[in-house]
Design a binder for this molecule. Structure first.
Ligand SMILES: Nc1nc2c(ncn2[C@@H]2O[C@H](COP(=O)(O)OP(=O)(O)OP(=O)(O)O)[C@@H](O)[C@H]2O)c(=O)[nH]1
Ligand SMILES: [Mg+2]
Length: 243
């Protein structure tokens, strides 16, 4: 499998994930073994202070389709950028380690079920999506943030923050070198660049299960993320991404 060109690259961005990573790796392994096409799994770890990196490395030694990337500087965006640009798959799938979307749902993002897209993003808002166990305050914060996203950058998208997104190889290689935001708001920036470049983004409804041990600090990160939106809007207007 590692010698053939992967059809699917699954990217696990992992930061201080020693609690969730072992189980998610087993689920990914089970999923990958069932597929008829070649897959690779890339774990991108940065700035962890727990056993995440060694768990990833141990798993990679036992599974030849797994690669581990370690990066010193923090940020989910930075990790995803590294993974997207080092991946080899025809389709490259960001997959949060919490697996709040069951991994089997990946099939709904790929041919033969879907084909004509550059980016397919999981949505908790599209018709047919269901949220389970989400605390009320997290829902409200998420919807307020999405209102800002729609007003400032992406009027058509109702959920940019779900951690499950599929890029074609061409879209990934076009968009990720242009990234300037390395934290939580990277999704909005990448989708906004895609919109400006007239790439096609589609929304895929998913079942989504709220998971404990979130890495988001709601108060602190929300302020940062709102400021990032203003920065993205300014960059769009100044043509920063077209250079
Ligand atoms: N490599 C890397 N991964 C990160 C970083 N920050 C978050 N992640 C990963 O991003 C994914 C999403 O983190 P979560 O804590 O589930 O955050 P979320 O899904 O946005 O928020 P919830 O809705 O609370 O689950 C997980 O796989 C994290 O390990 C980072 O700085 N580096
Ligand atoms: Mg999550």
């Amino acid at each position: 499998m590692p010698n053939s060109q992967p059809f699917l690259s699954i990217l696990f961005p992992a930061h201080n994930e020693e609690l969730r990573l072992p189980d998610s790796l087993l689920k990914a392994d089970d999923f990958i073994k069932k597929q008829s096409y070649p897959c690779e799994l890339i774990i991108i770890e940065n700035a962890s202070v727990d056993a995440t990196l060694s768990i990833a490395q141990t798993f990679a030694r036992a599974h030849d389709y797994v690669r581990v990337i370690h990066e010193e500087l923090p940020g989910k965006g930075r990790a995803v950028q590294k993974g997207m640009l080092q991946a080899k798959g025809t389709y490259r799938f960001i997959c949060d380690v919490d697996l709040s979307m069951p991994i089997e749902e990946i099939a709904h993002f790929l041919p033969p079920e879907r084909g004509d897209f550059d980016i397919a993003i999981a949505s908790r808002e599209a018709r047919g999506a269901v949220r389970y166990d989400e605390p009320f305050y997290r829902h409200v914060v998420g919807r307020v943030f999405n209102s800002l996203v729609r007003i400032l950058t992406l009027p058509e998208l109702n959920d940019t923050q779900c951690g499950f997104k599929c890029f074609t190889a061409e879209a990934a290689e076009t968009l990720f070198p242009k990234m300037t935001i390395y934290g939580w708001t990277f999704d909005v920036e990448i989708l906004a660049i895609a919109r400006q470049m007239k790439l096609r983004t589609i929304e895929v409804p998913i079942p989504w299960y709220y998971q404990p041990h979130s890495k988001i600090h709601v108060m602190h990160d929300s302020v940062h993320m709102a400021l990032d939106l203003l920065l993205i809007r300014r960059n769009l207007r100044r043509g920063v991404y077209s250079r």
